[in-house]
Design a protein around this ligand. Structure first.
Ligand code: NAD
Length: 427
């Protein structure tokens, strides 16, 4: 039964549009929750969308105008939280989808945050450090009326990093005339960053793998793992899985994949990557292209690169019985349905990669207290959050007889809807 306005029809569906994918998962969960049509509309509509034009002086003396966005999807459960990405193909639909995913992700792991996302259309490969700094500072100044430790707290995302966060923190602090570390997370340690933040998403992915394996009766030493992407999430995730005794048989980056059926020496692969910036040429493994990697014989697949990687075109070749989504939106809606019909367990992105935002929350808490935790404390609190959230999603899946993805959305949307009902309609 669907009580809401259909926002996506089969004919309209574009397999690769992340906003439509998010909307489709939302509607499925909202049906299970039998959500009132009005509440449904409130929860699926972004609360605020800001588009800004950023005039920036380039190194050659010319003036160029960049376009930036900040979408705040929902702040019923607390300040908005979400990354900022710099990329030539940033699109407002993508930013909207990512903002909504942040609302559901924060809710599924019970953090007191809503969701937001930002982006600037630019190609960082063509920009100098100076130009990147000026874009970042101008973007911050242009959106700062809606930012703040109690309003909206950005973090890094694609092509932004600790340095970008340091510039945002400084620009904001200069405007408000006091150092405000809690305005962003993912900062350098010396500027109020948290221990364990860099590894947090990969660590969370490793914990999600471990909990799912227990549920399926799989043992790490008998598990062949394929990891797509070897950046912050994939590289660190592969390293931690390797340390736990899993057999990581393949890793990849945007240029190609490597494979060794007896297991890769992951620390050695990461050393090579640090030195050579790509897996290309790595001497101790067979090389394949990215599409071949997804069809490799394995038990566990960890897509940790980018969106729309497991699609209706290649899902039939996926052999794993467990998929743990390190990336946001790596599985398209049609591919997800096919995996579910085949009995493949998928631990969804909003749960599996929530370790990053969880430790971002810890960073915000530490900044506000002005008191910093040891790495052991950060890791043990992350562990508690991931394990209890996994178990809640698993129990919800059993209760509603649905996939873990639908269960995660049911749990997340249900929590936000409860808050909305209790707070009431402001008029
Ligand atoms: P990153 O830039 O550090 O690494 C991305 C990796 O994927 C690189 O190795 C890149 O070469 C590779 N890659 C890109 N396209 C590929 C392709 N088509 N095939 C194979 N490899 C490809 O990024 P990251 O921070 O590791 O983020 C990866 C994903 O995880 C993104 O979807 C991101 O939104 C999501 N995520 C990241 C975090 C975090 O804390 N970093 C948290 C939650 C979710």
């Amino acid at each position: 039964m669907s009580t809401g306005t259909a926002v996506v029809s089969a004919t309209e569906r574009d397999e690769f549009n992340p906003f439509l994918a998010m909307a489709e998962h939302f509607e499925t969960a909202a049906d299970h929750l039998e959500l009132d049509p009005g509440v449904r509309e409130v929860l699926r509509t972004p609360d605020r969308e800001l588009t800004v034009s950023l005039p920036v002086l380039m190194d050659d003396g010319s003036l160029k105008v960049f376009k930036g966005y900040r979408v705040q999807h929902n702040f019923l459960r607390g300040p908005c939280k979400g990354g900022i990405r710099f990329a030539p193909d940033v699109h407002v639909d993508e930013v909207r989808a990512l903002a909504a995913w942040m609302t559901w992700k924060c809710s599924v792991v019970a953090l007191p945050f809503g969701g937001a996302k930002g982006g600037v259309i630019c190609d960082p490969r063509e920009l100098s450090q100076g130009e990147l700094e000026r874009i970042t500072r101008r973007y911050t100044a242009s959106i700062m009326d809606i930012l703040g430790p109690d309003r909206d707290v950005p973090a890094p995302d694609m092509n932004t990093n600790e340095q970008t966060m340091a510039w945002i923190m400084d620009t904001y602090s200069m405007h408000v005339r006091r150092t405000t570390t809690a305005i962003v997370t993912g900062k350098p340690l010396t500027l109020g960053g948290s221990r364990g933040r860099t590894e947090a998403t990969g660590r969370g992915v490793m914990i999600a793998c471990r909990e799912a394996m227990k549920k399926l009766g799989m043992r790490p030493e008998a598990t062949r793992v394929v990891v797509q992407g070897s950046g912050n999430v994939g590289g660190i995730g592969a390293m931690l899985l390797h340390r736990e005794g899993y057999n990581v048989v393949s890793m990849s980056d945007m240029y190609g994949a490597i494979h060794d059926e007896n297991g890769l020496d992951v620390p050695d692969v990461l050393r090579w990557l640090r030195e050579h910036k790509a897996l290309e040429g790595y001497p101790e493994a067979t090389h394949l292209d990215n599409d071949e990697q997804l069809g490799l014989e394995c038990d566990l697949l960890v897509p940790a690169a980018t969106e729309n990687q497991i699609t209706s075109q290649n899902v039939d070749r996926v052999r794993a019985k467990l998929v743990v989504e390190g990336a946001n939106g790596p599985t398209t809606v049609p591919a997800d349905a096919i995996l579910e019909n085949r009995g493949v367990t998928v631990v969804p992105d909003i749960l599996a990669n929530a370790g990053g935002v969880t430790v971002s929350y810890f960073e915000w808490v530490q900044d506000r207290m002005g008191y910093f935790w040891t790495e052991e404390i950060v890791n043990s609190r992350l562990e508690q959050t991931m394990v209890s959230s996994f178990n809640e999603v698993d129990a919800c899946a059993k209760r509603h007889q649905v996939s873990m993805r639908t269960a995660a959305y049911i749990l997340a949307i249900g929590r936000v809807a409860d808050v909305y009902r209790m707070r009431g309609v402001f008029a």
